[in-house]
Design a protein around this ligand. Structure first.
Ligand SMILES: [Zn+2]
Length: 152
């Protein structure tokens, strides 16, 4: 299960709508909470640097590098990423599976129809990395670790 403070999930959803008909993407920062659950503590939007970015996404590697350096030594880490599926369901595509090589990352996908975000889901790779498994996504008004003021 991945826990999203409502303002952070809103940022993911808003980014998906703003990118329409293109594809949004970004990184999720968080930490492992009780019982192996993941709590998102920050959302970092990325430009989608994939060419013709309406059916694929690529997070800016420089943004990821800078973020990792900023998080180094702190309690938070990159726990996953998000992207949108313009005109497609919120399920990982065949291309997503091809691009999935990091077993520790959660994939958050927002389906967008006619510019309107309709559904957001979360997925992880199974043990062998050959398929995705959907996990629960829960929103909360509270947060165990607080939220950066900049994210509100
Ligand atoms: Zn996808």
């Amino acid at each position: 299960m991945i826990l999203f403070p409502r303002p952070l999930l809103k940022r993911v959803v808003d980014a998906a709508e703003q990118a329409w008909p293109g594809e949004s993407c970004g990184l999720l920062v968080g930490r492992t909470a009780a019982a192996a659950d993941i709590a998102v503590t920050a959302v970092e939007a990325s430009p989608n640097i994939a060419p013709g970015a309406n059916d694929r996404f690529e997070v800016d590697p420089q943004l990821r590098f800078d973020l990792m350096r900023r998080l180094d030594g702190g309690p938070d880490r990159i726990v996953g990423h998000y992207h949108s599926h313009p005109g497609h369901p919120a399920q990982p595509s065949a291309r997503d599976l091809e691009m999935a090589w990091e077993p520790d990352l959660v994939w958050v996908i927002t389906a967008v129809e006619d510019g309107q975000a309709i559904h957001t889901t979360a997925h992880v790779l199974d043990g062998e990395g050959r398929q995705f498994r959907q996990i629960g996504l829960r929103t909360a008004d509270w947060h165990p670790y607080g939220i950066r003021e900049a994210d509100l």
